[in-house]
Ligand binder design. Sequence first.
Ligand code: TA6
Length: 244
Amino acid sequence: MIFVSKKSVFDNKKAIRGGIPVVFPCFGVWELGPQHGFARISKWSLLEEPTKDSNGDVKAVFELSDDDNTRSLWNNKFKLSYTVCVMSSGLFTELSVNNLNDSEPFSFTWLLHTYFAVPDVTKCTISGLSCLTYKDKVDEGKEKKEVNDLVTISGFTDRVYKEASENHVITNVAGGKTVLLKKSNFPDTVVWNPWIEKAKSMSDFGDDEYPYMVCVEAGYVANSCTVNAGSSYTSSQTIDVVSK
Ligand code: TA6
């Protein structure tokens, strides 16, 4: 169900080209540091040993706290935790951030950059975006309105949909399954496929891989989220296989 490029790099420097990278504290180009922020290229610690419950579901919790590097880019004290539950029915992932500053609030954008594996991206449909306003990043960032009930991919696609539905049904995922992406506290949804030319320009992505993936990304990205000192914020998504 989850795509990882055969050319992905695993050097703890470049983001993995696949899986569900954590985008924090900034989605997109960041004037203070690397695109999509530092979280996805940082070394996280395992907060809790993975546990298996009576249903056979496995849960692991990872943690990332501020350090000299993060503070040199984004001068805030924080603790980020990333909970991953692998269940027989699907996958639950949750992000929680604590503002550990003495008094200063901080603002951020964040997103789960989910790469879905698909047999043919042109045969996928994505619900829950109809009539929404989106930023079309392949057309000078113009604001457009989604006129289709179901979004399909037939070329280079990079759209930030604002105030999207909490539920997206994605068809033709991994062997033709239908999955339900349920979001909580992720108001926006990004849809991305690099298509032919962009795929060729990415050293960590095979030229022939674009038909076999689609990113449908739960995010809080159109506006920033502000958390006061001593407070926290949590967002999550669940991916359930709804039909084989
Ligand atoms: O989520 C879509 C996007 O923002 C695209 O603009 C594209 O840049 C993609 O993320 C991948 O970004 P990356 O920095 O991982 O190459």
